[in-house]
Design a binder for this molecule. Structure first.
Ligand code: PTJ
Length: 248
């Protein structure tokens, strides 16, 4: 870490997250745009009281049920998510048997390799998204996010995305993927287009989902399906929005 954050500082948690991103930027993992994106997320998080709401937790339960029920689930990793919670993403992937694919908006092979290195350091066996031979493109996406792995996102049934742009989320849903997103902005196109939207900070959402996965991994399929059936994503997002209004 570049700067030591005094643990007694009232904003210590938030400052440590910033330092992680700045560290990720120095190592070539995070793009400058990622720092700006984080600032937007922080503003929404402030309105939530920087806590996981009960609605976000409900969405996290449903997201885990979807991952556990999927035949081929994939966690999509970008610069910010790798810098903030590489270890936890690998952990969640292991428990839910989800593969991990690097997918970047601001694409660069050097950055993909740097992200793959930190995932491997967390003992991830296979990192998808780097092999140009198995690369294919999703139609209808103008950005470099369209490039996905034939053996990963392209042939998956469920995709977990975080800090994502709306274009790819909409396209993934259009081609029949079940999309789970983690996005602090409940008004974003990603949040609106997703099948399950988690309005929470990724640094809280992923550890919560690890805990939930451990609790649910041996549950009956019928129990998992029931949780999904009883969930209304739009209603849940509106409740998060109401909490933010109350925050103001
Ligand atoms: O590493 P790359 O090249 O793939 O680029 C990643 C960024 C983040 C730059 C790119 O995906 C981007 O520009 O994202 P957007 O369109 O700014 O969207 C990011 C969304 O994530 C916004 O709605 C933010 O509110 C939200 N967000 C930011 N930080 C967090 C967050 N959501 C959850 N947890 C956060 N920590």
């Amino acid at each position: 870490m570049r700067h030591r954050i005094p643990p007694t500082h009232p904003r210590a948690k938030s400052l440590i997250i910033r330092e992680k991103l700045v560290g990720g930027f120095s190592k070539g993992i995070v793009v400058p745009e990622g720092l700006i994106a984080h600032g937007r997320g922080e503003a929404f998080d402030y309105l939530l009281g920087e806590k996981t709401t009960k609605y976000a937790y409900e969405a996290e339960i449903v997201a885990v049920c979807s991952l556990l029920l999927s035949n081929k689930s994939i966690i999509s990793v970008n610069g910010n998510t790798a810098a903030l919670c590489a270890k936890e993403l690998v952990n969640l992937g292991n428990i839910t048997k989800s593969k991990i694919e690097v997918n970047l908006f601001h694409k660069s092979m050097a950055r993909s390799k740097a992200i793959a290195r930190i995932l491997k350091k967390e003992n991830l066996g296979e990192v998808l998204g780097l092999n140009t031979k198995s690369r294919t493109a999703i139609k209808g996406i103008s950005s470099n996010r369209k490039y996905v792995d034939k053996n990963g996102i392209m042939t998956s049934d469920t995709v977990l995305v975080a800090l994502e742009d709306g274009d790819r989320t909409e396209s993934l849903v259009k081609i029949g993927k079940n999309v789970i997103s983690i996005d602090l902005n409940p008004l974003s196109r990603t949040a609106i287009a997703s099948n399950v939207t988690i309005v929470d900070n990724i640094v809280r959402a992923i550890p919560n989902m690890i805990k939930i996965s451990r609790e649910l991994v041996n549950s009956d399929r019928s129990y998992l399906l029931r949780q999904i059936k009883n969930f209304d994503n739009i209603q849940n997002m509106n409740k998060s929005l109401k909490m933010m209004r109350r925050g103001i």
